[in-house]
Design a protein around this ligand. Structure first.
Ligand code: ADE
Length: 232
């Protein structure tokens, strides 16, 4: 799968792609990265990419022409284009799964107050939000989504790890322990040392229900486990 990323700050993205699991996926040919510096498509003397909003108001807006030039240079009109924005639909695990099946995704990293609406009208397929808060860097929002997506691409990590983690169903993860058996007076639950796989699976499922009830009660309604919070 190929990630094409349009940004004014390519160095933010480069660091992430040279990190361990991602770098391995790139090395193995499972993931490909194409970085496009939007400033290369700003043709005035100062290579200006932002301007004041029509109608007044605070902040600056990313201009249409450099973005359109960058998008045309990668034939974005024929590709799935994602624009991370707090005004978007929620980005979920389900969406990550759907996007992981695309051959190529084009991400537009916004800055300032936003981007010219005509770019959204002309090119963008998915306006997506990573949560109900505002961050200043579209690069960080894109990387959050890319991290969630690339690990679902066939062959990047083992299917077993994917199956067990939170959000493959509607329950959060069970607690994990590793050596030593006692740490600062806290012991690993006996059941995990018992070797009884069925019992361990039952214990873990119950911990998942409890964790979900405590941290995300609204998810229990979706998973059908809301009556099972006190059974182990
Ligand atoms: N850019 C700034 N805030 C964002 C958010 N919450 N989601 C996606 N992109 C963003």
């Amino acid at each position: 799968m190929k990630f094409t990323i349009l940004t004014l700050f390519p160095e933010i993205i480069e660091g992430f792609f040279s990190s361990s699991i991602m770098a391995k996926a790139v090395e193995r040919g499972l993931i490909d990265l194409r970085l496009v510096d939007v400033r290369d498509f700003a043709f005035d003397r100062h290579r200006t990419c932002d301007d004041a909003p029509y109608g007044g108001g605070a902040g600056m807006v990313l201009k249409a022409e450099p973005l359109a030039g960058a998008l045309d240079s990668v034939d974005a009109a024929d590709k799935r284009v994602v624009f991370p924005t707090p005004s978007g639909r929620p980005f979920t695990q389900e969406k990550a799964c759907e996007l992981s099946r695309e051959g190529e995704l084009v991400f537009i990293c916004g800055r300032y107050e936003g981007i010219d609406q005509r770019i959204i009208d002309l090119y963008v397929d998915d306006e997506l939000s990573i949560g109900d808060y505002v961050i200043s860097s579209g690069e960080v929002a894109s990387l959050v989504m890319i991290d969630a997506i690339y690990r679902l691409v066939d062959g990047v990590i083992s299917g077993e790890s994917l199956e067990e983690e939170s959000f493959t169903d509607d329950l959060l993860e069970y607690p994990h322990y590793t050596r030593p058996q006692v740490f600062r007076g806290l012991v690993v639950p006996d059941i995990l040392l018992s070797g009884h796989h069925a019992e361990i699976a039952r214990w873990r499922h119950q911990r998942r229900i409890e964790k979900t009830a405590a941290n995300r009660p609204e998810l229990l309604k979706r998973s059908g486990d809301e009556d099972r919070t006190n059974t182990y």
